[in-house]
Design a protein around this ligand. Structure first.
Ligand code: NCD
Ligand code: ZN
Ligand code: ZN
Length: 397
């Protein structure tokens, strides 16, 4: 394959710490194939698949199935995340060691979609992953503080008459888990950090040398709760879109490295789950195909962005957090050419029907964004060329 890379930016293959692939169980919203095709077009060579599939990824069987589907699709490596608790019920710890020992080599565990709210379960899970340098990724949300919540709690939620999801619901759990991780001597990672107060707690924890990492989602770097005034369920997400002061704090924290990584929280939903009334719509937004563009925009735009920071936050650091090497590979597989080529001079318009995801729930429809992914290579083989998916059926059959 010959690619003319004149004028293009070369980045290590992007690594997503937080992807919902919906297979098994909701293949009408996304499959491992469609989700990894979306990933490749977004410049990704590896995605970590969240455990809230149906059935839940809480056994070696399910995580191996998801891993194998990724290998067969051939568009991006799929690193399954195991559930912390059986069935995401928050009660009984799943067999983390069995998932770790499986073919899927699971090192990261999360009940994402739910908070591990029981401190005893969290402590035991942290103690357990410490034995193989694994990681708990926490969806920080004190459930008793968010009962019935429909959007960010603030001036606008009062005006719209929607129950609020207060910042303190996230911050209270982050503060607790910083202390627990320090007590146990284990790593903890915070999913989709969304408030200025969370940034302050994480910054303080890092100053003390506590082993915490955090991710931010593209939508929290660009959108505010004002979007909710439309009552368009495409803007419904957990944690909710916050205020402009939160967006500013998240951008600064990402630039400075207090927030370690960009993660998409790519959350495809079937049409009927996003075209109903606000209160009944499922939370979540597509992210894989727009993440790089939004990140560049949030870090100053294509003319001012520091591309080395993009490489750190979107590729190298997430690979390290997930226990993959700098190229987004399982260290046992070895280093091979995973990279993406970006054209920083072009822009594109987000058209939901043109996305590779089966679902259509992008909050960025109609938006003109900087930077196009020209090519993505997975282990030296093109998954995207001239901005289009290649046919991988030969290579992986
Ligand atoms: C996610 C989903 O749909 O699975 N939804 C969301 O709003 N982010 C779950 C989650 O990340 O909490
Ligand atoms: Zn979550
Ligand atoms: Zn999620």
């Amino acid at each position: 394959t010959v690619v003319d890379a004149q004028g293009l930016v070369l980045l290590p293959g992007l690594v997503d710490l937080h992807t919902h692939l919906r297979e098994p169980g909701r293949e009408d919203a996304e499959t491992v194939l469609s989700g990894t095709q979306a990933a490749a077009r977004g410049g990704y060579t590896a995605v970590c698949a969240m455990a809230n599939s149906q059935p839940v990824a809480d056994t070696a069987g399910v995580v191996e199935q998801v891993w194998r589907l990724g290998q067969e699709a051939g568009y991006a490596d799929v690193q399954p995340i195991g559930a912390v608790s059986i069935g995401l019920q928050g009660e009984t710890m799943a067999e983390l060691g069995t998932m770790n020992a499986s073919k899927a080599h699971v090192r990261m565990f999360s009940d994402d979609g739910h908070c591990v709210s029981d401190p005893q379960l969290m402590r035991r899970a942290l103690e357990y992953v410490k034995t193989f340098d694994g990681l708990i990724a926490q969806h920080a949300e004190e459930p008793r503080l968010t009962q019935g919540a429909q959007m960010h709690e603030g001036e606008l939620s009062s005006r719209l008459g929607l129950a609020g999801w207060p910042a303190v619901a996230e911050e209270a759990i982050i503060a607790r888990d910083v202390l627990l991780a320090d007590y146990v001597g284990s790593r903890v990672h915070f999913c989709h950090v969304s408030t200025a107060g969370s940034v302050d707690i994480i910054a303080a924890a890092k100053r003390k040398g506590i082993n915490v990492t955090a991710e931010v989602c593209p939508h929290h770097l660009l959108l505010t709760d004002e979007r909710v005034a439309s009552y368009d369920p495409v803007f419904k997400v957990n944690p909710p879109l916050r205020e402009s002061s939160d967006v500013a704090a998240l951008r600064t924290a990402l630039a400075e490295g207090i927030i370690d990584a960009v993660a998409t929280d790519h959350a495809p939903h079937a049409e009927q789950d996003k075209t109903c009334e606000w209160a009944h719509a499922r939370p979540g937004m597509l992210g894989l195909e727009t993440a790089l563009s939004i990140t560049v925009e949030a870090l100053g735009g294509p003319d001012n962005v520091d591309w080395d920071i993009v490489a750190e936050r979107c590729s190298r650091t997430p690979a390290r957090i997930a226990g993959l090497d700098d190229h987004g590979h399982d260290p046992e597989v070895g280093q091979q050419a995973n990279f993406t080529l970006i054209d920083p001079t072009t822009t594109w318009t987000v058209v939901p029907d043109e996305l590779s995801s089966i679902a259509r729930n992008t909050p960025f429809a109609g938006l003109n964004l900087p930077c196009t992914v020209q090519a993505t290579f997975l282990r030296g083989e093109a998954t995207v060329l001239d901005g289009k998916l290649t046919d991988r059926s030969q290579e992986t059959a």
